[in-house]
Design a binder for this molecule. Structure first.
Ligand SMILES: NC(=O)c1ccc[n+]([C@@H]2O[C@H](COP(=O)([O-])OP(=O)(O)OC[C@H]3O[C@@H](n4cnc5c(N)ncnc54)[C@H](O)[C@@H]3O)[C@@H](O)[C@H]2O)c1
Length: 322
């Protein structure tokens, strides 16, 4: 049994991590201020004897220290996601994603946790046109959000060298799956399109739809967190890993898949027309990960390609949000 602190544990990725690590018999503490997460994501865990919720803000060092005390591992997910959010309000994104991150690192260092594993981001590749993306070749950030996520990597690197704390960064690539929130200005594309199609509303694709992404199902992300926790080889530590599938799908094809899988539940969805809108600031044209490093050093093997992941996700949305 491990003691695991999951920050941002009421969010999409964090609540899935909470579920998984509780199901494996661990003690899980969730630290969240519900800025973008939801109590209903963890409601079912609140009465579990091995689950504890700390409602608090990572911008407060004392809260981070309280949460990190007596933990074996920190899985740091708390942050303000979304490139457009960071463009609209760079100061708050920086306060949470950089200031809060530093607080958590300091708290983890001081409490002597075994390992600090954190949510990094594919946005760190910025304007690099290299495909596939390999961990060692990055470009210049294209948004305030991307800066914050890159600064996280720099801090983790310096903390591991200076204080000897073991850190692993997981550069998540467009994660999707159960519980990802479909509504609001900063919703991710897959849940937003799913809900629109379920309601027979036309999804709006930014640009021609030929931009592509390495869409990554949540179960692959859970696996990467678990592999990062259990890695013993020194070479595998104090570094970052692409957390992806190693395949890319255009937005046009994505919508085709969604229509196909949703039509199983409601055949009329196959006829919902698509609208094309303007390109969004800060978006990179293509994103495709090399997952060789994660395979080699962590023994990672994605369990879900995009099609399998989308089928499961669509089933979940139909069952839970229709
Ligand atoms: N979803 C993706 O595709 C993706 C891609 C790359 C990186 N990431 C990173 O993964 C992590 C989780 O993302 P997600 O998609 O689950 O987003 P999410 O918004 O669902 O989860 C983030 C959680 O952090 C919490 N939080 C925010 N500010 C906080 C604060 N000041 N104090 C305490 N808690 C706070 C929120 O309430 C929320 O529960 C984030 O660090 C994000 O940057 C996500």
């Amino acid at each position: 049994m491990k003691r695991i602190l999951i920050t941002g544990g009421a969010g999409f990725i964090g609540s899935n991590l909470c579920d998984y690590f509780i199901s494996k018999g661990n003690q899980v503490t969730c630290l969240d201020n519900f800025a973008t997460g939801f109590r209903y994501n963890i409601e079912h865990l609140l009465s579990h004897p091995d689950f504890k919720l700390i409602e608090g803000d990572i911008r407060d060092l004392a809260t981070c220290q309280q949460a990190a005390a007596d933990q074996d591992y920190v899985l740091h997910q708390a942050a303000l996601g979304s490139v457009p959010r960071s463009i609209n309000d760079p100061i708050t994104s920086n306060d949470v994603n950089v200031g809060g991150f530093l607080n958590m690192l300091v708290a983890a260092r001081d409490s002597g946790v075994k390992r600090f594993i954190y949510a990094a981001s594919s946005s760190t590749y910025g304007d690099s046109e290299t495909l596939p993306k390999v961990e060692e070749v990055i470009g210049k950030p294209l948004s305030p959000y991307a800066i914050t996520k890159y600064v996280n990597e720099l801090y983790a690197d310096v903390f591991s060298k200076t204080y000897g704390i073991e850190c692993i960064g997981l550069r998540y690539f467009n994660v999707f799956g159960r519980r990802q929130h479909p509504n609001g200005a900063y919703a991710a594309v897959i849940p937003k399109f799913v809900i629109q199609l379920m309601n027979h509303e036309s999804p709006v694709i930014n640009g021609t739809g030929e931009y592509s992404r390495d869409f990554t199902y949540i179960d692959n992300v859970i696996q990467m967190n678990e592999k990062a926790m259990s890695a013993e080889n020194k070479e595998a530590l104090n570094t970052v890993y692409n957390t992806a599938v190693g395949d890319r799908t255009t937005l046009n094809l994505l919508v085709e898949y969604l229509k196909e899988y949703l039509s199983v539940y409601d055949p009329a969805i196959a006829n919902v027309p698509i609208i094309h809108g303007d390109l969004r600031a800060g978006d990179i044209p293509h994103s495709l990960a090399s997952i060789d490093k994660a395979k080699k050093l962590l023994g990672y093997e994605p369990s879900h390609d995009i099609k399998k992941g989308l089928q499961e996700a669509v089933g979940w949305y139909w069952e839970n949000l229709k």
